[in-house]
Structure formats: structure tokens, C-alpha cells
Design a protein around this ligand. Structure first.
Ligand SMILES: [Zn+2]
Length: 215
């Protein structure tokens, strides 16, 4: 068993400290405190532009706090240092998420309202899939929410990809108002926008697919 401390900053952990438990093959490999995990996400973004769902939340929150005029002194001390050092990067990433959201809303107008919503509502199947050039699309839902996942298609025979760009959008099954949003992200801005544009251009129909289910 790894020592119960943050692997990065070595601070001892307890229930008082927010931390993550990291696994590989169901075995615990290490622990990391929330602040070090946030730093890792910032560093990953700075190195590659990659945004995962947690970093999306970090960046969105940073931008809205910035716009709300929250002062650095108002942050809790552990976060303050991170914002002092990485605030500009977080805000920049927040704008990046916003630009992706604009294209997500465009997809809602071009695909969801014109046919996807009706297709889903008229079908008894809850899981559907489709393929387009370079992407695989999944559509599934429950309890009035419908999720569309766009994933870069892994070429046959290439084995398992460790990192596969994807974006998941959540829609309201019955509403006619524009209210979709990003539910999950694992991509750079370029990759996410590329997937969204490819879907808008090529996605014309879905097929029921029993392999697609609510996770
Ligand atoms: Zn730490």
C-alpha cells in the first residue's frame, strides 16, 4: 500500500484534506491532494491544450470568479497561491471552454432541434450509435436527459488508445428551448471543435444500438 500522503507535495492526508485516490488495475498506486491535482491539470493544459472535465470546471469557475470581480484575498489560502501563479492560464482556458460552448450551441441548432430530438423521442430504444468520417457518435438517455458523445474513431487494429479525444453534450429530451451544455470533455479546443464540426456536417441519422447504455 502506498503511504497515505500526497505523492507530489508529501503532505500527510486525512479526511480534512481533499484528495484523490489513484488506481491502476484496481490497485491503489498513490494519492494526490486536490491542489496538486489542480496544478497537474493546469500543467497538462499548458503543455498540450488538453482539457478534461475536471479542468473544464476549474477553468469555467476561474473565469466566472474573475468576471464577478472576486479578489485573490477572498480565496481560501491553498487556492490563492494557485490563482496567483496560474490565474491567467485558468482564465484563458475558461475562454477556450466558452468558444467550444458556442459551437456546441450551434450543433444544438443544426442537429438536435431539426431532427435528433424527435428521432430520440420517437424511438423506444434508449441507446443509439452512428459513424462518420473520423468519429463515432453515441446517443443515449434517461430521465429526460439525452447525451450525445462524439469520439475520435480509433483506427482498426491499433489497439487501445490511452487518450481518445471526446466530447459529451447533454440535452433536455422534451424542451424546445436552447439549453444544452457540455457534460464531459477530454480534448483540446481544436479537437473538440473538429469533432463538433464533423458531426454537424456528416451526422444524418442514428441506429439503435444495444451496446450503448446509460453508464
Ligand atoms: Zn499535494
Amino acid at each position: 500500500m502506498p503511504k497515505f500522503e500526497c505523492q507530489t507535495c508529501k503532505q500527510p492526508l486525512s479526511d480534512e484534506v481533499a484528495y484523490y485516490t489513484c488506481y491502476k488495475d484496481k490497485e491503489i498506486t498513490h494519492y494526490i491532494c486536490d491542489i496538486c491535482a489542480r496544478r497537474e491539470r493546469v500543467d497538462r493544459y499548458k503543455a498540450s491544450g488538453h482539457i478534461d472535465t475536471r479542468f473544464l470546471l476549474d477553468a469555467t469557475l476561474a473565469l466566472s470568479r474573475f468576471e464577478d470581480g472576486v479578489k485573490l484575498k477572498d480565496y481560501r489560502p491553498e487556492l490563492r497561491q494557485l490563482y496567483e501563479q496560474e490565474g491567467d492560464t485558468l482564465i484563458q482556458a475558461g475562454f477556450c471552454v466558452r468558444r467550444i460552448n458556442v459551437v456546441v450551441r450551434e450543433l444544438e441548432q443544426k442537429l438536435w432541434f431539426p431532427w435528433m430530438q424527435k428521432y430520440f423521442r420517437d424511438s423506444e430504444a434508449r441507446g443509439h450509435s452512428a459513424d462518420g468520417p473520423g468519429f463515432h457518435a453515441l446517443l443515449w438517455g434517461a430521465a429526460g436527459r439525452v447525451l450525445l458523445t462524439l469520439r475520435k474513431r480509433t483506427p482498426d487494429g491499433s489497439g487501445e488508445e490511452l487518450f481518445e479525444p471526446s466530447i459529451t453534450i447533454i440535452f433536455d429530451e422534451t424542451s424546445s428551448e436552447a439549453r444544452c451544455g457540455i457534460q464531459g470533455l477530454d480534448a483540446t479546443e481544436t479537437e473538440a471543435v473538429g469533432l463538433l464540426r464533423a458531426a454537424m456536417e456528416h451526422l444524418k441519422e442514428f441506429y439503435p444500438d444495444e451496446a450503448v447504455s446509460v453508464i
